[in-house]
Write a protein that binds this ligand. Structure first.
Ligand code: GFB
Length: 313
C-alpha cells in the first residue's frame, strides 16, 4: 500500500473502524476517507454505489456492521441479518462495480458451528449447525465470506475476509442490555465499586469459555495483511488463548478494584460453550496478538473512565 493511497474505512466511528483509522494514521497513511452515518447510509445501495464510483478508493476496509452482545443478537434478530447482509452486499458489489480491487471484510468467530472441535480451524466453516442466539448475525457474516470468495473467483478481485475473535477496547459499547460481556463487566464492576455493592451480577453459568482480543491487535492485522497484498482464503484472527466468563469477571474486578463477590444470573443465556480460534495461519503470515488481557482491560477501563463514566448517573 502506497502511503498516498486513498483508503476508505467503512464504519470509522465504531470500535473496529476507529482502531483501523488510528493505526493507518500512525503508519503515515494520510489519504483516509471516512463518512458518518448521516453522510452515507450503508443500507442505501444507490448512495453507496454512487459514493464508491465518485471516490474510487484504492483500498477498502469494511468495519461497518450491526453488532452487539448475546442478548442484542437474540432480540434484534431481523435487524442483525438484514443490516449486515445489506452493508456487505452494497459495499462488496459496489467496490467491484467501481473497479476497486482490494478490500478486507470483517466477520466474527460466531460463524462456526456451535459444537465444533477446539481450537477452531478455518476448515470447520459450514460443518454443522450454528449457535441459536447469534444465527442471524452468523449467516450474514458467512455470506460476507462467500461474497468475497466468489467475486474473487468470477472477477479476479482481491477481496479478503478476516474472522476476529471477541473484541474489546476504546470505542466499545457500554449499554448493559446490548453490549458484549467485557464492557458490560467493566461497567458493572465500576458501578458496584462506587455504590459499595456486595456483588456483581454475571449472566449465565459463568462456565462458557471465550477468547478476548484488544481491537488494536485486529487493526494491526488488517493493515499488515493489506500491506502484504495477502490474497488467500479467509483467516481467523485471535489470541489463541481463552478463559471462562467467571475467570474473566475475576480479572475485571481485579483491574477495577471491586472487592465484592460474583453472583450468577442463570436466567440469562450462556451461548456457545467455547469459541477459541486456531490462529496458526495468521501467525504463519507474521502477525501475532500482542496485548495481554490484563493490560488491555486496564486500557479499556481508562477509555471508559474518560468517555462513558462521566455520562452515567
Ligand atoms: O459477549 P457476549 O454477549 O456474546 O457474551 P457471545 C459472552 C458470554 O458472557 C455469554 C456471558 O456466556 C454471556 O452469558 N455474560 C456474563 C455476559 N455476563 C454478561 C453481561 O453482563 N453481558 C453480556 N453481554 N454477556 C457474541 C455474538 O456472542 O459474540 C455476536 O452474539 C458476536 O454475534 C460476538 O459474534 C463476538 O460471545 O456469546
Amino acid at each position: 500500500m502506497n502511503k498516498a493511497a486513498k483508503i476508505y474505512v467503512a464504519g470509522n466511528r465504531g470500535m473496529v473502524g476507529s482502531a483501523i483509522v488510528r493505526f493507518l494514521r500512525s503508519g503515515g497513511y494520510e489519504n483516509i476517507l471516512t463518512r458518518t452515518h448521516a453522510e452515507l447510509d450503508l443500507l442505501n445501495q444507490e448512495a453507496v454505489h454512487q459514493f464508491l464510483q465518485a471516490e474510487k478508493p484504492d483500498y477498502l476496509f469494511i468495519a461497518a456492521a450491526k453488532v452487539g452482545g448475546i442478548q442484542s443478537n437474540n432480540t434484534y434478530r431481523a435487524d442483525f441479518i438484514y443490516q449486515n447482509l445489506m452493508i456487505e452486499c452494497n459495499l462488496i458489489h459496489g467496490a467491484y462495480a467501481a473497479g476497486i480491487h482490494h478490500l478486507i471484510s470483517l466477520g466474527s468467530s460466531c460463524i462456526y458451528p456451535r459444537d465444533c472441535p477446539q481450537p477452531i480451524k478455518e476448515e470447520y466453516l459450514l460443518s454443522g449447525p450454528l449457535e441459536q442466539t447469534n444465527e442471524p448475525y452468523a449467516i450474514a457474516k458467512i455470506a460476507g465470506i462467500k461474497l468475497c470468495e466468489n467475486y474473487n473467483r468470477q472477477y479476479g478481485t482481491h477481496y479478503v475476509s478476516l474472522m476476529p475473535t471477541n473484541l474489546y477496547g476504546p470505542g466499545d459499547t457500554y449499554d448493559l442490555n446490548n453490549s458484549h460481556v467485557l464492557p458490560a463487566l467493566i461497567r458493572k464492576a465500576h458501578e458496584a465499586k462506587l455504590r459499595n455493592e456486595k456483588a456483581l451480577v454475571v449472566w449465565g453459568s459463568g462456565r462458557p469459555r471465550r477468547e478476548f482480543m484488544h481491537v488494536d491487535d485486529l487493526a494491526r492485522a488488517c493493515v499488515m495483511l493489506m500491506e502484504q497484498g495477502y490474497n488467500g482464503p479467509f483467516l481467523n484472527i485471535g489470541t489463541g488463548t481463552d478463559l471462562t466468563i467467571r475467570e474473566l469477571a475475576e480479572e475485571v474486578i481485579k483491574v477495577i478494584g471491586f472487592q465484592g463477590d460474583l453472583q450468577l444470573d442463570s436466567s440469562k443465556p450462556d451461548g456457545t460453550p467455547q469459541k477459541l480460534l486456531d490462529v496458526s495461519k495468521a501467525n504463519a503470515l507474521g502477525w501475532k496478538a500482542q496485548i495481554e488481557l490484563r493490560t488491555g482491560i486496564a486500557n479499556a477501563y481508562s477509555w471508559f473512565l474518560e468517555h462513558i463514566a462521566p455520562g452515567l448517573k
